[in-house]
Structures are given as C-alpha cells and as structure tokens.
Ligand binder design. Sequence first.
Ligand code: CMP
Length: 139
Amino acid sequence: AHHLSGERARVRKDSSTRRLINEALMNNDFLKKLEQQHMREMVDCMYERVYAQQQLVIQEGQPGNYLYVLAEGLLEVIQNGKLLGQMRAGTAFGELAILYNCKRTATVKAVAESHIWALDRQTFQKIMMRSTQARNEEY
Ligand code: CMP
C-alpha cells in the first residue's frame, strides 16, 4: 500500500514528533514562509523512513521528489565532493528541488543510521491546492 499512486494518507504522530517536525520547518529559511495551515498538513502527511549508515538520502544533480526532516541520526551534506557540513535532528532539507523544481543542489548521506520524515512532491502539491481551494470556497 506504500507505493499506491496519488495522495498519501495522514500518519498519526505524538505531540513531541509534531513539534520536532514543525520546528524544523520553521527553522528553514524557505519553508518558514509557507502558511500555518500548509505547515500543519505537511506535518500530518509526513511518513518515516530509516536510512542505514553510509546510505545516500539525496544525490546531487538528480531530480528531487521529496522534502525531509531529520528526526534522529546524523547526516552530512556534500557538494562537488566537498563536505559542506552536518545536519542534526530537527533539520529540514531537500526543500530546494521541491520548491523551485531544480535538480538536487547537494548530496546528503547518512553518517549514522537515521530516522527521517519524508513528504513526496505529489502530496506537497495537493496540500498547497487543497488549502487554497478551501479558502476560496469561503467567499
Ligand atoms: P535540495 O537541493 O533539494 O537537495 C539537497 C539539499 O541539501 C538542499 O535541497 C538543501 O536542503 C541542502 N543544502 C544545500 N546546500 C547546503 C549547504 N550549503 N548547507 C547545508 N545544507 C545544504
């Protein structure tokens, strides 16, 4: 059921998980400009993925179809083979390819086993449309 096409279902989350994801989105310079209602629905629809140590989460130059929030673990960001830095729990990433339809600007690799919340592009776009429609119907 995980790979059916279309919009993904909401995934139940406890309040500390919701807070971690929300704060990660709010700490991201690009995502913090989104509306609160959009943010809430994004938090609702994220689902967990586990990456093994050394596994690539994102590959520079590839098309990107997911936005992520690191819940637990440690990641490194690499560009042109050069280490740019590390990401810790509570960091949102992968937003550039989703928001601007560009290729992935860097590689993101798991330094340790990492638990990551993901949101696919299709669901992201549905969220943006649904909220706008709901608002327009009020008038
Ligand atoms: P995106 O380009 O979709 O995929 C790679 C992600 O790495 C990018 O989104 C950002 O979230 C992140 N990223 C890119 N450049 C840097 C950087 N210099 N420092 C930290 N994170 C970065």
